[in-house]
Design a protein around this ligand. Structure first.
Ligand code: SF4
Length: 436
């Protein structure tokens, strides 16, 4: 079969809310292009050689609607959903078999099904072979559900060659996956409903093999925030992972996500630093600790954790969410005070997004609090629900106040701009940070 994988376009945070750029006095880059998530490269790796594979990224190029394909496979997360549905509709109109998978179709299968022939629910690895066999016979079932969680021992190396030589990406780090699923049930998170409510670990040897095979890429991006959760199995895995990374002598920049729900074990944090992590992307807003930290004036645990990171020599880029049900109109000032008190100098802000599949989505839907299901706006830059303790206008204004107030108090230095933020080429060149 001739198969087309499609990674649909999505509107970036700053593209959908230009008021953020008006609130600050530096040119954050609105249109940066990231390489695709791992779903498509993994399915491509699992596709037998008898099939001919093509790939189109809607963020970079036109979708080839008028070329003949036997099967179109669309992978999407929620901000891509509207574009994904459009791609599905257009290929269906042309009589092409279409299948949709990824975190959004997994969490909203009935919605996705209106725009494709089949929806893949859950881990693609366990159902892809069946989908291909059925597509070959021209008979896709409406839903394919991964009944048994994929065994991470069998993780295949994603086929990055699909996009490595495409022009237009300006995101170079190697995105790797180590953990799937999560034992926690943070109210605003859609991961447990999509990947299962239980940690599954990829063998360290398998991960290191992938890193070693991609040493040409500029840095490493570990997106899972579970890595530094204070939990026994995670801690054991994190020790093994960072010890292996240290032994590898990895020298490039490492991006590591975590939340204030952090393991304060100094031995682990020191190892994380020794393995090469200079700073973490610290999400504040999702988890029980950060909800308590600034919303209820019980900041001790979060402040202690921030100190523990610093003591280990790890810098912090904070990611601050607002609009939680515990937040009232005072929250914006409290965040500014919290950031100042903890000497945090690099930050970005977002508005709570009730992603389909999260407990919050289910709750807001039941209570009629969802204001729009235009998923283009589900990117953290918009209020898409009725807040509990303030008005929509107060939340929108408070969000812009955060951007403006923080960067008025902490004017951005050009060298930090290049290190922590996506700036325009014009800005970088004007400050001698990029050659003309
Ligand atoms: S936010 Fe992180 S810790 Fe919480 S449920 Fe999601 S993955 Fe787990």
């Amino acid at each position: 079969m001739k198969i087309l994988f499609v990674y649909p376009k999505f509107k970036k945070y700053l593209e959908t809310n230009p008021k953020i750029l008006e609130a600050i006095n530096f040119p954050l880059y609105a249109g940066f292009k990231t390489t695709p998530s791992l779903g498509i490269p993994i399915l491509a790796a699992l596709t037998p050689d008898e099939h001919e594979i093509h790939f189109a990224d809607g963020n970079l190029e036109e979708i080839p609607y008028d070329t003949h394909f036997d099967l179109v496979c669309i992978n999407c997360f929620t901000p891509q959903a509207r574009a994904a549905y459009e791609v599905g509709d257009k290929f269906k109109e042309r009589g092409v078999l279409t299948v949709m998978g990824g975190i959004h179709p997994t969490n909203m299968p009935e919605d996705a099904k209106m725009h494709c022939d089949a929806v893949a629910i859950g881990d693609g690895e366990t159902i892809w072979t069946q989908i291909l066999e059925d597509a070959k016979l021209g008979k896709l079932k409406p839903f394919y559900k991964a009944e048994v969680p994929f065994n991470m021992e069998n993780y295949v190396l994603p086929r990055r060659d699909l996009y490595k030589n495409k022009n237009g990406y300006d995101w170079k780090p190697l995105l790797i996956q180590c953990i799937r699923g999560c034992d926690y049930r943070c109210a605003y998170c859609a991961i447990p409903s999509a990947h299962g409510g239980c940690f599954r670990f990829r063998p360290i040897k398998n991960v290191m093999n992938e890193i070693e095979q991609n040493l040409d890429l500029e840095g490493l991006f570990i997106a899972e925030d579970q890595f530094l959760i204070p939990e026994e199995r995670i801690e054991k895995y994190a020790f093994e992972f960072f010890n292996a990374l240290k032994s590898l002598g990895y020298k490039k920049k490492i991006f590591l996500n975590c939340s204030t729900l952090l393991n304060p074990n100094p031995k682990l944090l020191n190892l994380v630093r020794e393995a090469g992590v200079e700073s973490v992307y610290l999400v504040m807003g999702f988890d029980p600790i950060s909800v308590n930290a600034v919303s209820f004036n019980k900041p001790q645990t979060a402040e202690r954790n921030i100190k523990m990171l610093r003591d280990a020599g790890i810098d912090i880029f904070a990611s601050v969410g607002v609009g939680l049900d515990v937040d009232n109109a005072d929250i914006f000032k409290r965040h500014i005070d919290f950031l100042e008190r903890n000497n945090i100098k690099h930050v970005e802000f977002w508005i709570l997004t009730p992603f389909p599949g999260s407990p919050t989505w289910n709750d807001f839907k039941k209570k009629g609090r969802i204001l729009t299901e235009n998923f283009d706006f589900y990117n953290g830059a918009h209020t898409v629900f009725k807040p509990k303790k303030m008005s929509v206008e107060q939340l929108d204004e408070g969000f812009l106040y955060l951007w403006k107030e923080f960067f008025t108090r902490n004017p951005l230095k050009p060298e930090d701009a290049a290190k922590y933020y996506n700036m325009t080429d014009e800005y970088l060149m004007a400050h001698g940070l990029k050659k003309v």
